[in-house]
Design a protein around this ligand. Structure first.
Ligand code: PAF
Length: 303
């Protein structure tokens, strides 16, 4: 018997339910997703529950954040399975699963653009992607109203951009970032992992291996951006079909460090590459993230 109270498609209905919850003194927690829910999403829901007591999960594959040659059509969609997964949690009060026409009304022409934060890392490689994300997230915040919203740190640049939108537009939303959830062998969980063939799944471990090697070097005192980048790049290049970037960047501004630069106490090391046809991203915040995050035991033979 599903425990979720309601699955609704219309923005006005969601807003009314959230307003009613707030009027009853409840705190609204919000987890925006594109469905194909996995353990990473469920962790976001649990985190939301720690901060709030009326939990909304949106499931919406947002067309405006996909480029013309990206996987919008084949993006995995199975609302019934997603709802079952959320029902098992007993933590979700409302699922918002709108049609595209309810989120982008006839004549819709408003877009949210972000500045420099969107110009690094994935920005130049996915033109329009962050405008699509910024626009839909702003719309979703408008639908849900004041809330605490939880986003995963795997999409590090997305999280930085969402924080900036909430700040710059004075949105009544508190943004919470959740650590990357990894499979026991280190692979960051992602809806797109479902595309990987078994041998590609093995090759994909090169991403977390590269991040771990660089993290260990950082922990041992290495501060040269080029050396740290090179350690990750070698591991990624050994498995990837193509490498979009392996970049060491300022953790706040996302401005890349020159290879000659010495990084300070904290920097993000971010990777985007293709394994076969599948584009994967991963990252670590050097000086902040725990090495044990890469596996149950960081002396694991794989690394
Ligand atoms: O991270 C995602 O799943 C999407 O980019 C988001 C935030 C739900 C916006 O469509």
């Amino acid at each position: 018997m599903p425990l979720i109270q309601r699955v609704v498609a219309m923005p006005a209905e969601v807003r009314a339910a959230c307003d009613a919850a707030r009027a009853r003194g409840l705190l609204v927690g919000f987890v925006p997703t594109m469905g194909a829910l996995h353990e990473g999403h469920l962790a976001l829901v649990r985190k939301a529950r720690q901060n709030a007591n009326f939990i909304v999960v949106s499931i919406f594959v947002n067309p405006t954040q996909f480029g013309p040659n990206e996987d919008f059509i084949k993006y995995p969609r199975n609302l019934d399975v997603d709802i079952d997964r959320l029902s098992d949690l007993a933590d979700v009060d409302l699922v918002f699963a709108p049609e595209v026409s309810s989120m982008y009304l006839a004549g819709d022409e408003t877009r949210v653009t972000v500045g420099a934060l969107a110009s690094h890392l994935c920005g130049p490689l996915r033109p329009g992607h962050f405008e699509g994300v910024a626009t839909v997230v702003t719309k979703l915040f408008g639908v849900v109203g004041p809330c605490t919203a939880v986003f995963g740190k795997k999409d590090y640049q997305q999280l930085a951009i969402v924080r900036r939108i909430a700040r710059d537009l004075f949105l009544p939303v508190t943004i919470v970032g959740h650590p990357i959830i990894r499979d026991p062998d280190g692979l960051a969980v992602s809806s797109r992992n479902a595309y990987l063939l078994p041998q590609e799944r093995v090759r994909a471990l090169g991403l977390s291996r590269g991040l771990l090697l660089a993290s260990r070097a950082f922990a041992s005192g290495e501060r040269n951006a080029g050396v740290l980048r090179g350690l990750a790049l070698a591991a990624v290049a050994a498995v990837a079909t193509s490498v979009d970037y392996v970049t060491v960047a300022d953790a706040e501004s996302l401005v890349p460090f020159d290879d000659a630069a010495a990084i300070g106490a904290r920097a993000v090391l971010a990777i985007a590459c293709r394994i076969g046809q599948t584009r994967l991203i991963d990252n670590v915040v050097l000086g902040e993230d725990d090495l044990h995050a890469f596996g149950e035991d960081d002396s694991h033979a794989q690394f």
